[in-house]
Design a protein around this ligand. Structure first.
Ligand code: SF4
Ligand code: MG
Length: 338
């Protein structure tokens, strides 16, 4: 059976004045209906670019794209701007970190939600207003029949985020892409928004791609996880596999920089030393090798000369030259220090 969303060997390269930036360099994954894929990585790992490309929001003039993106059997990379326009907001939708950037300050919340609805359904203004009120109620805005006439600046940060979710879901999209939607919120509101997304997913059966740099958020919401580094996927698997028995040194580093999932929360955080790779001149071989403390365990300097391939079995895999035994031992050592 055809997966709902299928991305195959996606490459997204931008031309810049300084050369070609290989923002995404060979990415493959599937997503089933009603499931959540968490994509995790530092900034510049290619996670946001991947999703803008799925939505067709990349700069077509300056971007060279290769590979396949099939949504419900439809190839998105060859779809016309018009077709994409029809799919966006309707079949696929997105929410971002910054609700103010997606909401217009000049129109009421209700009008903005209603217009999205009208555009895709041809509903009347009255129907659209009713739908907007209903959506505001669903995302937990108090007195939705009054607040529907508020402007974005009259909403708190958390309420604006809810309004943006209401706008994203007004046409029952089958795919929702959430790019760090809770990063700017305080912990309590963040937890509320996550619960809301989970409830709405239950209700609507939406497939969600959740992009974050925070493994704690992944632990909360994802079914499957894809770890990205330097425009490539370095590890993937179910949430349990990736968080409980990670196989890639970069994932160990990420896990090391967050409090333990079920252990004491006062473990000192150890962010990965060094900085993300330049995608203009990416490191040779394994892109993580300049930062990897395990590279010396691999013979013949292979880490800096040979790209480790991501071999995936039953959705599980890691791209690293360490042997399976080495990975098991090193992870056990690492886990013991936690
Ligand atoms: Fe580290 Fe080498 Fe594995 Fe890359 S391939 S993660 S450099 S051990
Ligand atoms: Mg981003």
């Amino acid at each position: 059976q055809q997966p709902f969303l299928s991305v195959r060997d996606l490459k997204v390269h931008f031309s810049t004045e300084d050369g070609v930036v290989k923002a995404v360099d060979g990415l493959t994954f599937d997503l089933a209906k009603g499931k959540t894929l968490g994509i995790v990585g530092e900034s510049g790992s290619g996670k946001s670019v991947t999703n803008l490309t799925i939505l067709g929001l990349h700069d077509r003039e300056r971007t060279a794209i290769d590979g396949e993106i099939l949504l419900d059997g439809k190839e998105l990379l060859t779809a016309s701007e018009r077709e994409l326009e029809r799919l966006r907001g309707n079949k696929m939708s997105m929410i971002f970190q910054d609700a103010l950037a997606s909401l217009s300050p000049y129109h009421t919340i209700g009008r903005q939600i209603g217009e999205t609805y009208r555009k895709h359904t041809g509903a009347s203004k009255k129907e659209a207003r009713e739908r907007a009120i209903e959506m505001l109620r669903r995302v937990g805005i108090p007195q939705p029949d009054v607040r529907v006439d508020d402007y974005p600046h009259q909403f708190s940060g958390g309420m604006r985020q809810r309004a943006m979710i209401a706008m994203a879901l007004v046409c029952d999209p089958e795919l929702l892409i959430a790019d760090e939607p809770t990063t700017a919120l305080d912990v309590t509101v963040q937890a509320q928004i996550m619960d809301l997304l989970k409830d709405l997913q239950q209700e609507f059966g939406t497939a969600i791609i959740f992009i974050t740099h925070d493994l704690g958020v992944i632990a909360d919401i994802a079914d499957d996880v894809l770890v990205m580094y330097g425009g490539r996927c370095v590890e993937r698997g179910t949430k349990k596999e990736v968080l409980r028995a990670p196989q890639h040194p970069y994932t160990w580093g990420l896990l090391g920089s967050m409090p333990s999932l079920d252990g004491p929360v006062d473990v000192p955080l150890s962010p990965i030393p060094g900085s993300p790779p330049s995608l203009l001149n990416p490191p040779s071989g394994c892109r993580f090798h300049p930062r990897c403390t395990f590279a010396e365990k691999v013979a013949d300097g292979r880490c800096s000369s040979e790209r480790p391939l991501l071999e995936v079995t039953d959705g599980r895999g890691a791209a690293c030259h360490l042997t399976a035994d080495q990975r098991r031992d090193f992870f056990a050592d690492y886990a013991a220090t936690r």
